[in-house]
Design a protein around this ligand. Structure first.
Ligand SMILES: [Zn+2]
Length: 114
């Protein structure tokens, strides 16, 4: 049985998200983060930016179970960060559609089978 991506109640737990946001805020004060922004490279488009133009971005959004660990945090320029934010709700809609298709669309899947 194939597994599809659904929002996990554990992932969207507001207490957990708050905790991870706090962690991200703490990370922002560290030498590690300063090194990241001083390198001045956006993780997504690879463009060079001033430190002040870069924002902190979670590769896996907190609401999807991502954490504020260094491995999940990257620098993103504002346009990339914003376009990602816009993408996320659409993403969720696609997931919902897929879930519905998986739930009710088993007949169409069998069309090509012998
Ligand atoms: Zn960028």
């Amino acid at each position: 049985m194939s597994r599809y991506h659904i929002l996990d109640a554990q992932h969207t737990d507001p207490a957990r998200i708050k905790r991870e946001r706090d962690k991200a805020r703490e990370l922002r004060k560290t030498r590690w983060w300063l090194d990241q922004v001083n390198r001045g490279i956006c993780h997504h488009c690879g463009g060079r930016f001033k430190a002040s133009e870069l924002t902190m971005d979670h590769l896996i959004p907190l609401a999807r179970g991502g954490t504020s660990a260094k491995g999940n945090i990257v620098c993103a320029c504002r346009p990339c960060n914003q376009s990602k934010k816009l993408e996320t709700p659409v993403d969720a809609v696609f997931e919902q559609l897929e879930r519905e298709r998986n739930a009710g669309g088993s007949e169409s899947e069998g069309e090509g089978e012998r």
